[in-house]
Design a protein around this ligand. Structure first.
Ligand code: ADP
Length: 171
């Protein structure tokens, strides 16, 4: 590891979207190694369990040789330390993302001042894309192929729709 610039990209990824993938791809060009962290700690009512979310993310990132996908059930800064990372990547879409991230970043700074938060602005085509919206579309039988990697679209189709009312608080 030594001098390598390692970053983690934590999230729920329930399911991974093209917006997430764009952030992973851009991060993979900025850092020597990127560890995508699929979070399992928050008692979130996720649609896909952790094993599925890891499998979907791993398949979607297969073309990126310096990216690996792992699960974590600790504080984000602890996951960063455990991964030997000094950077935490988060994506920002709208002002509400900023408020949430600003608060989290300040907490993380107090917990682990050596770790730098890095915010990547969403590409405009993904500005209004979220995992929650994707699940809503699926619930109503709409096609989501343009919003998620092909493997995710197939898996969503296999699951045959999504129950509404079980969306996470924020994503
Ligand atoms: P969390 O539950 O931790 O917010 P998510 O899986 O919802 O995890 O998102 C993970 C990260 O990806 C967050 O930083 C989020 O802001 C970012 N993100 C989600 N959707 C997009 C998008 N369309 N464009 C850019 N970043 C995004």
């Amino acid at each position: 590891m030594g001098d390598q610039r390692i970053a983690i990209y934590p999230g729920s990824f329930d399911p991974p979207t093209n917006g997430h993938l764009d952030i992973v791809e851009r991060s993979s060009r900025l850092f020597d190694r990127v560890v995508v962290g699929v979070g399992t700690n928050l008692a979130k009512n996720t649609f896909f369990d952790a094993a599925d979310r890891i499998a979907l993310m791993t398949e979607a990132c297969a073309h990126l040789s310096n990216v690996e996908v792992r699960t974590f059930d600790t504080l984000t800064v602890q996951f960063a330390r455990d991964s030997g990372a000094r950077f935490v990547i988060r994506g920002i879409r709208v002002l509400s993302d900023f408020e949430f991230e600003f608060e989290m970043a300040n907490m993380n700074r107090q917990l682990a001042p050596e770790i730098e938060m890095v915010f990547l602005m969403t590409a405009p085509e993904y500005l209004f894309l979220s995992a929650s919206r994707v699940k809503e579309l699926v619930a109503f039988g709409a096609s989501v192929e343009r919003y998620v990697p092909a493997s995710v679209a197939r898996r969503l189709a296999d699951r045959g729709g999504v129950r509404t009312g079980a969306t996470e608080p924020r994503d």
